[in-house]
Design a binder for this molecule. Sequence first.
Ligand code: URA
Length: 440
Amino acid sequence: MRMYDIIAKKRDGAALTRAELEFAVGGYVAGTVPDYQMSALLMAVCLRGMSDAETADLTDVMARSGEMVDLSAIDGVKADKHSTGGVGDKTTLAVAPIVAACGVKVAKMSGRGLGHTGGTVDKLASVPGTRTEMTRERFFAQVNELGLALIGQSGHIAPADKKLYALRDVTATVASIPLIASSIMSKKLAAGADVILLDVTVGSGAFMRTLPDAVELARLMVSIGTAHGRRTAALITDMERPLGRSVGNALEVAESMAVLRGSAPADLTEVCLQLAANMLALAGRGSLRECRAMARKAIEDGSAFEKCCRMFAAQGGDVRALQDPSLLPQAAYRHEIRAESGGYIVQNDVERIGTASMLLGAGRLKKEDAIDPAAGILLHKKLGDAVTPGQPLATLYANDPALFAPAEAAYRAGLAIGPEKPPEPPLIYARVTAQGVENL
Ligand code: URA
């Protein structure tokens, strides 16, 4: 077999066999297929696409490129969730403790943030003392005992994805539905959970910019998970506005804790409740309506917040900072962005808000960059809100005041104020299961 022929076959639009995918991916991981040939194949996939069967084979080959975690040493059903990424997307820190408080175990490995989107591991690490790495034995023991552990993804999970993603990132080949589906699902299958809930974001802050693309990505990932015997579903959620009001690691932790204490913005709480209810329903805890009531009760009776505190305590975190946000890392400087005219916010590009936050130090441009846990943005006004001239739209937080000018420029580049209130996008568009698509 020759890599040249595999590239040419995909260039001409034909479907690759499993043996050809194993040759290409295996060779790339082993170093016998060079970057330039894999780049050519990835670009051919971007332009020509892949059949569902091909994508399923690619996912399986990538998942098996490393360790397939066996969670059977943990009793009961194990649930996982994954978001395709967004700005201010802090749902995991609230949803995982809610689900665990309702009796379904969550053994979750999360990623770090890259580009304009955030990652759960960076948020966990912004709580002083929190360990995001632990041995497999300790991870299993914590999930068995507490029902919940959130840690960083081990380097042994889907190493093919790690290498391929780094190459896609620099060759303009991220934006491909089969490549995104296989990237995400290879990691989810290898991480071993029985239940997988996918949060597929759509809008200006997401990989998927249109609803049909988001539904297609969700459908493909659900079919891959289901074919592997995992109970899998997806919610299509809005990323035309950041979720909640905070962007940046410590700021987002504080807002997630507000969800668990019943005092968070309504949009964030609603999405967290829906995600938790869907995870619980997939895990067999009852109908969606019953599971939503269960999730709400776990917030109201304090059991979800208590579960979260116990998890952070077990991982070495300073639990006092979950109760008192002033004990989380604080930025030395703040800067207000004010409205230059009155009217309604008719555009507030989410990717630009994410870029502004990254420029303040809250995110990384390259994967080895350090991040500042205290940096970020508090949004006072969002898409559709009425504003008067001079009113504060957002507060920027940083430890270097020189970062405010470029961050403000990025934020303003995506901002438009107009005379008419724009239509409000729904928070959740649809639910995708093995049975089909249900519009919500
Ligand atoms: N998230 C992933 O893990 N992979 C992608 O390709 C895109 C988003």
